[in-house]
Design a protein around this ligand. Sequence first.
Ligand SMILES: [Ca+2]
Length: 433
Amino acid sequence: MKLPTWFWLSSAVLATYGFLVVAQSETKIIQDEGAKDTCWVNLESRGKCSEDRNCPFQLTLPPVTLQLPGQFGRIEEVFKEVQTLKEVVNSLKKTCQDCKLQADDSRAPDKNGAQGEPGDNRVQELESQVHKLSSELKNAKDEIQGLHGRLEMLHLVNLNNIENYVDDKVANLTFVVNSLDGKCSSKCPNQEQIQSQPVQHLIYKDCSDYYVIGKRSSEIYRVTPDPKNSSFEVYCDMETMGGGWTVLQARLDGSTNFTRKWQDYKAGFGNLRREFWLGNDKIHLLTKSKEMILRIDLEDFNNVKLYALYNQFYVANEFLKYRLHLGNYNGTAGDALRFSKHYNHDLKFFTTPDRDNDRYPSGNCGLYYSSGWWFDACLSANLNGKYYHQKYKGVRNGIFWGTWPGMSQAQPGGYKFSFKQVKMMIRPKHFKP
Ligand SMILES: [Ca+2]
């Protein structure tokens, strides 16, 4: 925006006059030194007058110096800025018009309804979608926070506690199921009717089932403790204490090496008619299917025969490291599996030379004592130790039962005691031979 030139000129004249008027009373401020005695303003007629006495006059002004405030210098800058802004506004105005044209163009292909509405609907639709996504995002965020919290909680829970919890629950459930099974087999009339009928296709869960159908010879039989798992062969003891025993382990001559790894103890090894370990998976299935009792028979080289009886015996699955669960002891050999507070094999995990699940922090009890067993830290019993044909020296890695008579007394020459025969076997708790 530019003001016309005449404005500037007339303004200058008026301003000068104004200053001169003021100067009459305050001459010292604006009056030149040399102008003191000169005439301020000289007005004289010049040229010819017109007929109606209108004569041209000439006004002569002395040289004048005006002191203007500093802000005047910025006026031009301001005008320049205003000019620039004006250009910008024009440019924006044009852009806006172009924009409107484009918007109109984009509306044009929409064939639905009146002009303008589809665009508005589209905006509303997008807005609602944005709202929806936003709320979904918020929900997801809340969910993530919740999960994060739960994850932190889980981290706080000790894994061992979970294992122990699950393990105990499994043991309790097994106990309940087995007791129900026992009640049913003794009280349910239907079960009696079934038993009174000739049994042709009965599933033989363990050796006691073979005893029930009249088998009396100690032999190898095929059992199916869990129909969901395949059947397998076991050796049945039909003589000891009424019979019906499923043998889990036997030692009698050292013909089978018992210093073996986890996989061997898991699957079982040896000869069922002589020396063997039935296998932890099979032992688990047998003890899971019914509530079992455990009998251990021991014989030393002096032909002393003693036994230990536990009124509950359960071995957990591999995931739970074949943890041992023992009931109360009864018998003549002493409770070596639950020897003391510090030597207790009950509730211990299975350890082999290649799998350390024991409670001895500085090493592997299975490796040191050449055996797979439910080691504590380390042992008061080890029926899978090395077979020595007589007393031996060095590490006590032979078959061991800590409560055996004379075992705690020091042997002359530092010899260790050894055993001639061992047998571990199980039978249902409610079985009546
Ligand atoms: Ca250890």
